[in-house]
Design a protein around this ligand. Structure first.
Ligand code: ADP
Ligand code: ADP
Ligand code: MG
Length: 484
């Protein structure tokens, strides 16, 4: 097994990888920018290497600096986390050329799947059901209009290199395409340095359901069931769960088989995710494959008992998967809430600043549910403008979905953050909603349920109890004063 691994990332995911390395007896090296000099990951790592100024383009994204840090410390392998260099095929290839193991899939698989147009071609060949549309580049607005009319409105205009909900736009009419095509192209050029655009059918009120896959270097691939990530804002995930309340055994098996077939078609040899949109009728269509650890991987870990970072490290070392599909089972239900530094009362505007108070619920089992909180911050730390404003990922697990939701409601109530705006009140309001509890969700959920934005929820039963108790106590004080 590796004796030293370098983590080319920051924040909660760097901390997450360190925890697994410690358990496996592997030493860790963390690289850091100016802004992260005093971070929790830096404190926890066995060794650290400063790699430059705060902007990622001058630190976490500079391959030379990461490779240099490996050479300097003698780290044998790099875990890229997510974002940054995690889906960069030339970086993975560069690692191989330098004799460093990239803890992720082989460069060929990243290349094939990193691009939405290319990946759809592979998917179609592997027998995966794709969203109807035009799998190929589109030259200009006139062609975009022609293709949109062939597909039939509404359509989605998408950047082939897109990610993080960027470079996506829905068009309901010809005029939307005329305006949207150049806009998406410009955004794609600016954000990804790649302006190839394609168009597909926009599936209305769909659900986002994705399959976690895991492969080794010996041709074995299994799937670790699904996650449902339909609670999204601006095409970005906010609340995720596993399993999905929509799926039955047959649909789960069919989606799993397609995801495994696609992974095998590109010799996939690590952890990855095959994303689908699904209709309420359980029809499903391939969206894209993410060739990395996913932000929401903890919910899969909670229902399978597997550590995905450990599995990635074992596969990268060359071990054969220790289990087959038939050995895997879903146990209970898990939910993840992404706690973001954004102000739900002000249209979710990013709210950076210092965590004057950071007091998360305690982790572990309690009252029939289990809490896990993946964070990379401590009280007093700063959420800076340089990186993703995620504060932590709060997960709960319980034997049933409703118990996991109840647990999440409690855990959110027990989470205290002061000093900046955060979305905990919003997440708590969703946990209380009958529609969420019933599982009748779609990617339109937030738009449907909060058409005017978030204005504050009704008090939860526990909050009502507290208010009642405070009211009763005050009444006694006033009565006593009146008597004296
Ligand atoms: P996911 O499906 O894991 O939420 P997306 O596909 O929405 O991720 O993310 C698009 C890109 O943004 C990916 O490269 C992903 O690694 C990165 N990303 C998403 N969330 C974060 C985060 N909180 N911190 C850093 N990078 C992130
Ligand atoms: P990204 O790389 O940004 O994650 P995706 O292709 O995965 O891009 O799309 C992000 C989200 O946008 C999906 O989770 C889904 O909610 C929505 N979406 C994408 N494609 C479609 C589509 N064809 N029809 C309906 N919704 C879609
Ligand atoms: Mg996606």
């Amino acid at each position: 097994m590796f004796s030293k691994i370098l983590i080319a990332n920051r924040g909660e995911i760097a901390v997450r990888v360190i925890k697994t390395c410690r358990r496996l007896g592997i030493a860790t090296v963390v690289v850091y920018s100016d802004a992260d000099a005093g971070s929790l990951a830096v404190e926890m790592a066995d060794e650290t290497v400063h790699i430059g100024p705060s902007p990622a383009a001058q630190s976490y994204l500079v391959a030379d600096k990461i490779i240099g840090a490996c050479k300097q410390t003698g780290a044998q392998a790099i875990h890229p986390g997510f974002g940054f260099l995690s889906e960069n095929a030339s970086f993975a290839q560069r690692c191989a050329d330098e004799g460093i193991v990239f803890i992720g899939p082989n460069p060929g698989a990243i290349q094939a799947m990193g691009d939405k147009i290319e990946s759809k071609k592979f998917a179609a060949q592997a027998g995966v059901s794709c969203v109807p549309g035009h799998i190929g580049e589109i030259a200009d607005t006139a062609e975009a209009v022609k293709i949109s009319e062939q597909i039939g409105y509404p359509v989605m205009i998408k950047a082939s290199a897109g990610g993080g909900g960027k470079g996506i736009r829905v068009a309901w009419t010809r005029q939307d395409v005329e305006e949207g095509f150049p806009a998406v192209r410009a955004e794609a050029k600016a954000s990804f340095g790649d302006d190839r655009i394609f168009i597909e059918k926009f599936i209305e009120s769909p659900r986002h359901i994705e399959i976690q896959v895991l492969g080794d270097k010996h041709g074995n691939v299994v799937h670790l069931f699904e996650r449902e990530c339909s609670i999204q804002r601006r095409n970005q995930k906010v609340i995720e769960e596993a399993p999905s309340p929509l799926l039955d055994e047959a649909t789960r098996a069919a989606m799993g088989a397609q995801a495994v077939a696609l992974a095998k078609a590109v010799n996939y040899d690590s952890a990855g995710t095959v994303e689908f949109v699904a209709g309420q009728d359980k029809s499903f269509f391939f969206l894209e494959m993410n060739t990395r650890l996913q932000v929401e991987h903890p919910v899969t870990e909670l229902i399978t008992g597997l550590d995905l970072v450990e599995q990635m490290i074992r596969s990268a070392w060359g071990e054969t998967l220790a289990f087959e599909q038939k050995d895997l089972k879903i146990n209970g239900w898990a939910i993840e809430s992404r706690i973001y530094a954004e102000d739900p009362y002000r249209k979710f505007l990013p709210s950076i600043g210092r965590l004057v108070r950071y007091d998360p619920p305690s982790e572990g089992e309690k009252d029939g549910y289990t809490v896990r909180n993946d964070a990379g911050v401590r009280e007093g730390d700063e959420i800076s403008m340089f990186y993703d404003p995620m504060i932590s990922k709060l997960c709960t697990w319980a034997p049933t979905r409703s118990a996991a939701i109840d647990g999440m409601g409690r855990a959110l109530e027990d989470f205290h953050i002061e000093g900046l705006g955060q979305n905990i009140p919003f997440l708590a309001a969703v946990m209380d909603q009958e529609r969420f509890r019933s599982g009748k969700i779609s990617t339109n959920y937030i738009k449907d349920e909060f058409p005017e934005g978030f204005t504050g929820g009704d008090p939860t039963p526990t909050q009502l109890d507290i208010l009642t108790a405070v009211g009763a106590a005050m009444q006694r004080v006033y009565a006593a004063r009146a008597r004296s």
